[in-house]
Ligand binder design. Structure first.
Ligand code: ADP
Ligand code: MG
Length: 474
């Protein structure tokens, strides 16, 4: 394939993600000037255009390029005066491309709004281009959900039907659901996929009733291959929407069509839902996404930086990953704030900047003024002192804490102890494992995550941990 044909296909994929005037402005005078085994170089007319496309659209361009040719790992940009020239032979004629898109890609669209019908290059309106199964960072807390989505995308309507994904906010449900829709579409370009939020579903029903078009509404959703309904908790106490969804669900399920749902609780805990509906939700596979652990948080930050082609000091990322424990949305949000502040100041992101942002905008107290997480052990306490304090607090012996008994009344203090040593003194998981009778680092990691999670929901444990910390001067 010539460079020009390749670029033409990439532009065809990019176009639906832009408003037309914007697309013309930034891509009319561009083209591929070089292609290697795993990279392409896009030429642009001015330094400004180069910076703009790099800052704002790089991820989209990279994704479009990779979808077109998965061997492309990197997209570079170069200013090339040639592109300022009206008749540059490198350029793809945008007008011809726009015409082509209309005739080719909107083939067989039964209803442009809802269906994502497609052949290569077709973009849906509602399945975001940003979300793919490949750019979902896998950690132990979301692995199951990711695996289930992958399985569904390989065999929609199979044994994982319905697939029900639940988690707190910002943990990647929408990302996974949309990515699964896209993946199904990739495997079967003619599949009819509907992605919508439960809120949109409800609004459509209300509108259909108002316009006396309920029959059309019913028919529309009962003929799709995969129905993805996001945030179904929104249907709480909405009897009419629930009833309508119940019928849609049954029709689709009976004809082996895939149903994917997300919610903020497991099916049995949904409030204001008819039991028969809850029963249906739990019939297939139910998976939970837990808040990411430190390692996953760090991996997500690293991936975001590489997506953005931004090189940031590891210790800055570590500082963010260490302090922002709540969810991925907040985590990425803080990273973006740090990057944009640093850009505004014309400086490189630093731990001090992270500390300022966390403290002023997120009410997260950064210890030691945002100095390295590793330097937090300058508190002058030793591992032994932490062990002694915890043992004393829970009235058990230090031998028991570091020993091997699995009695509940010892296990919990042991986990608290590991948690505090990690959190306050920041020794490595391996090192802590050694101190605790040669345990594996994953045991320590598990203890750390388990206590981090429990103190959010168990006030007694939180009180205990705070009391011990106070005693130690943390
Ligand atoms: P939810 O629907 O659970 O509220 P989202 O899917 O909207 O969460 O996720 C919030 C943000 O975090 C999105 O930008 C999403 O792409 C990103 N995100 C969440 N989990 C991951 C992950 N494991 N890897 C990469 N990005 C993620
Ligand atoms: Mg969501």
């Amino acid at each position: 394939m010539s460079h020009k044909d390749l670029y033409r296909n990439i532009l065809l994929r990019l176009k639906p993600t832009f408003k037309l005037p914007l697309f013309k402005t930034w891509f009319a005078d561009t083209g591929i000037i070089e292609k290697g085994d795993d990279f392409i170089v896009i030429g642009l007319p001015t330094p400004f255009a180069k910076q703009w496309v790099l800052d704002k659209y790089h991820i989209k361009v990279l994704q479009a390029a990779q979808e077109e040719d998965p061997s492309i790992k990197e997209v570079q940009y170069k200013v090339h005066a040639e592109f300022a020239n009206e008749d540059s032979p490198y350029k793809v004629n945008l007008e011809s491309l726009l015409g082509e898109e209309d005739t080719k890609t909107v083939r067989k669209v039964r209803n442009k709004e809802e269906y994502h019908v497609g052949k290569k290059g077709l973009k849906s309106r509602k399945l975001s281009i940003k979300h793919t199964l490949d750019n979902f960072v896998i950690g132990k807390d979301n692995k199951l959900a990711h695996t289930a989505c992958l399985a569904v995308s390989n065999m929609p309507g199979g044994i994982y039907n319905p697939l029900y994904v639940f988690s707190g906010v910002g943990q990647g449900k929408t990302h996974l659901l949309q990515a699964t829709g896209r993946e199904i579409l990739k495997n079967d370009p003619d599949a009819r996929i509907v992605y919508m939020t439960a809120e949109q579903f409800t609004n459509e029903i209300i509108e259909a009733i108002g316009k006396r078009r309920t029959k059309q509404f019913k028919d529309k959703y009962r003929t799709v291959d995969c129905f993805i309904l996001d945030d179904i908790q929104f249907l709480e106490n909405k009897d009419m929407s629930q009833m309508e969804f119940f019928h849609t669900f049954n029709d689709l399920y009976d004809s082996n069509k895939q149903i994917i749902l997300s919610s903020d609780t497991p099916p049995k805990d949904l409030n204001g839902f008819k039991d028969r509906l809850k029963g249906r939700f739990g019939m297939g596979t139910v998976v939970e996404i837990l808040p990411p652990d430190y390692e996953t948080r760090l991996a997500i930050l690293q991936q975001k930086c590489s997506d953005l082609q931004n090189v940031i000091d590891m210790e800055v990322l570590e500082c963010i990953a260490f302090h922002v424990e709540s969810n991925v949305r907040d985590l990425v949000g803080v990273l973006m704030q740090v990057i944009s502040h640093a850009n505004l100041n014309g400086t490189a992101p630093s731990k001090e900047l992270v500390a300022t942002i966390l403290e002023t905008q997120h009410q997260i107290q950064v210890k030691h003024n945002g100095l390295s997480v590793a330097s937090m052990n300058s508190k002058g306490k030793t591992i032994q002192e932490v062990i002694d304090s915890v043992a004393h607090y829970f009235h058990i012996s230090t031998d028991e804490i570091v020993g091997s008994t699995r009695k509940k009344e010892i296990m919990m203090p042991r986990q608290v102890c590991m948690y505090l040593i990690k959190r306050e003194l920041d020794h490595s998981y391996e090192k802590i494992g050694e101190v605790f009778g040669g345990r594996n680092h994953s045991t320590v990691l598990h203890a750390f995550n388990s206590i981090s999670k429990k103190i959010k929901t168990d006030p007694r444990l939180l009180r205990d941990v705070q009391a011990i910390k106070q005693g130690l001067g943390f």
